[in-house]
Design a binder for this molecule. Structure first.
Ligand code: UDP
Ligand code: MG
Length: 254
């Protein structure tokens, strides 16, 4: 490994997060400094219309580890994460939300397990008090539906907050899926996985971008892109429909 090789990349998708960036960097930079000599924090500006981009550029003057990728419009968190993974250079890569719901003190715990030899270290929510009852219920239902329909594994109570080794990231970057449902894709490469529990807290500032409609369309993306069940259902409909049609035709002629 080259001596200035980036050891750790933090990937942070942001949309209209002007009130969260300073708090996030104030907490995350010291933690990263304690973990790795060479690290980068890659912000993906996912079509922000507030002061997010300007603030990131100001912060970049103070912290040379910051890199900024500006997307041409809002593509959604999944696409922003994908863009972040594709430009990341670290031996270990951690996607993280900017609103402090993914606590920075969990970063060293993930990294420790990685140094022990795990390619994938998933942060699992012990509690989800930071999210509303309705969101928790809806997310849990979607998870059950996904597990039921998909051949891929999705870890219960886990989001995008996790550590991925360089070889896992390289595989994810090679995957040709146009619809990037990351929670389904993360587990596809396999490899040894460890789990670290944490408490998911409330958003520190700003407003959640979460909408029922966006989670619903994410759920459909997950089911239609990671499962052949919808195709099988249509095949059965076609089979029984045409058998019934032929039956009617025959009985008409008798
Ligand atoms: N985000 C994004 N693009 C979007 C929506 C959200 O990059 O279209 C980012 C957002 O800025 C934050 C992370 O994704 O860093 C999680 O978003 P949010 O907190 O709104 O989601 P929630 O935690 O409520 O599910
Ligand atoms: Mg959040």
């Amino acid at each position: 490994m080259a001596s200035n090789q980036i050891q750790l990349s933090i990937i942070v998708p942001v949309k209209n997060e002007q009130s969260s960036i300073a708090t996030f960097l104030g907490a995350v930079v010291p933690v990263c400094e304690s973990m790795a000599k060479h690290f980068e924090i890659v912000f993906i500006d996912d079509g922000s219309t507030d002061a997010t981009l300007g603030l990131l550029k100001d912060e970049q003057l103070r912290h040379q580890q910051i890199r900024i990728v500006k997307l041409s419009r809002n593509f959604g968190k999944e696409a922003a994460l994908s863009a972040g993974l594709s430009v990341s250079r670290g031996d270990a890569v951690i996607p993280m939300d900017v609103d402090m719901q993914d606590p920075p003190e969990v970063l060293p715990l993930l990294y420790k397990r990685h140094l022990e030899g795990f390619d994938s270290v998933v942060a699992v929510r012990k509690t989800r008090t930071g999210d509303s009852v309705f969101k928790r219920f809806f997310a849990a239902s979607i998870y059950r539906l996904f597990v039921w329909t998909s051949r891929d594994q999705v870890v219960p109570n886990a989001g995008d907050f996790r550590l991925l080794s360089r070889r896992v990231v390289d595989i994810l970057n090679e995957m040709p899926e146009r619809t990037r449902f990351m929670k389904g894709m993360f587990s596809w490469p396999g490899f040894e996985t460890a789990y670290v529990e944490y408490e998911r807290l409330k958003r520190s500032a700003g407003k959640s971008q979460w909408r029922f409609s966006s989670l619903w369309s994410l759920a459909l993306d997950g089911i239609f892109n990671h499962s052949t069940l919808p195709l099988k259902i249509w095949t059965y409909c076609w089979f029984f429909g045409s058998t019934y049609g032929v039956g009617l035709h025959v009985s008409d002629r008798e």
